[in-house]
Design a protein around this ligand. Structure first.
Ligand SMILES: Nc1nc2c(ncn2[C@@H]2O[C@H](COP(=O)(O)OP(=O)(O)OP(=O)(O)O)[C@@H](O)[C@H]2O)c(=O)[nH]1
Ligand SMILES: [Mg+2]
Length: 373
């Protein structure tokens, strides 16, 4: 594999495959994974690149100690960054192997299929080989019915926007020719958890795909990193695909949250009037509560990646959001009045005011309330 030449340089002797293993607190899986790769890839010149996002459980230290004694085990340690897709991309770009694969660290993917997958690339002409749970002998192991249903539903949604048919577009277990990946890399969104989806959606042409069925196994050790944020990132990824060229996905989420805010507004107004308050009082309460509702939801969903977490930042953000929305209301009324003066149709002027006010709220929130560091 890699051996030093007379000048001390490493010579990559016929390296054929790099296996990227993204890790976030997976210490107790590292040795099992390496042993499994050793036996699955016996006779093949391979290397593993662990891409760790500064796990706190000792994962990077363990990989480092193994990498000191083995040339084909490597570590990329990322600090201040997160995200499965981004980690995998970094791993793919950090190797000179002609073929790259990604395997979860928790042993859920079947590494014994890697040799067959490599054969399909090297001899079968495949550019992309996907481990699939939803074809022939593949399976989702002991997944609960609800998780399998969610996964299949997400696959169905993905299928609507996919340029080519795949039995398991949500798979996290696949292999690709590195030159093909490098060609696509500049177009990737690098968002979220679903890197395969990103690759297929970002490719300028359909790829030559081969599928290898495998049975999804139980997590060996450690805890799942899958949470509701992953589902949200998936929605953003799909929105980005459908309309990202014209409208940023964040603006769409902002708009959806705003529409829900309108419902809250009307409910509060109706309740207040029912309780005997005047319209002015009810409307004031509705505005205050709807803005609070929008702030909470935008912080949880629209700006989740840069959300305010500490109490101090949260309240400061809320105050900023009230101010932004107050200015938005002024812009809304001002534009409405102007349009009505030029074209006295109430609904046209009303809509024009709402559009300008909402766009202002979105732009000012993005620039002032949830500023990217
Ligand atoms: N570097 C890096 N790795 C990550 C990140 N999030 C998840 N991972 C790794 O990506 C792989 C997949 O994550 P899992 O938590 O197993 O997700 P999953 O397989 O969809 O969910 P489970 O079935 O519950 O295990 C694991 O090896 C994780 O350690 C991340 O932000 N950065
Ligand atoms: Mg897993």
């Amino acid at each position: 594999m890699a051996s030093p030449d007379s000048s001390g340089n490493r010579i990559q002797n016929g390296l054929r495959l790099a296996v990227i293993v993204p890790t976030l607190n997976e210490r107790d899986n590292v040795q099992t994974m390496i042993a499994a790769l050793d036996s699955a890839l016996d006779g093949i010149a391979w290397e593993a690149v662990f891409v760790d996002d500064n796990s706190s459980d000792g994962t990077p230290e363990l990989v480092e100690s193994i990498a000191r004694t083995r040339a084909n085990i490597r570590l990329i340690r990322r600090i201040g960054r997160k995200g499965l897709s981004a980690a995998v991309i970094e791993g793919f770009l950090a190797t000179v192997a002609p073929v790259v694969a990604v395997v979860d660290a928790d042993m859920q993917h079947d590494e014994s299929k890697l040799a067959e997958m490599l054969r399909r690339v090297e001899q079968g002409g495949a550019e992309l080989v996907i481990g699939t749970r939803y074809a022939e002998t593949g399976g989702t192991g002991d997944w609960s019915q609800s998780r399998e249903r969610i996964s299949r539903f997400a696959g169905w949604v993905a299928d609507r926007v996919m340029p080519q048919k795949l039995s398991d577009p949500m798979s996290g277990f696949f292999m690709i020719r590195r030159d093909v990946f490098v060609e696509i890399a500049p177009n990737l969104s690098a968002l979220g958890f679903k890197i395969l989806l990103d690759i297929v959606l970002s490719s300028a042409r359909p790829l030559t795909v081969s599928e290898v069925p495998y049975e999804f196994r139980q997590r060996h050790a450690g805890e799942s990193k899958l949470d509701s944020a992953v589902a949200l990132e998936f929605v953003i990824q799909i929105l980005d695909r459908i309309c990202g060229r014209w409208i940023p996905p964040r603006l769409i989420l902002f708009g959806i949250v705003g529409a829900l805010g309108l419902v809250v507004h009307l409910l509060v107004l109706r309740t207040s009037m029912g309780l005997g308050f005047t319209f002015g009082q009810g409307q004031s309460a509705a505005v205050a509560i709807a803005i609070l509702f929008n702030y909470v939801l935008n912080n949880l969903i629209t700006y989740r990646d840069i959300r305010h977490k500490t109490a101090g930042a949260w309240f400061k953000g809320l105050l900023g959001f009230y101010l932004v929305c107050a200015a938005g209301a002024v812009a809304n009324v001002g534009v409405g009045v102007l349009v009505f003066a030029a074209e006295p149709r109430w609904w046209l002027a009303g809509i024009a005011g709402v559009i300008v006010g909402s766009l202002w709220n979105y732009c000012a929130s993005t620039l002032l309330v949830w500023r990217k560091k």
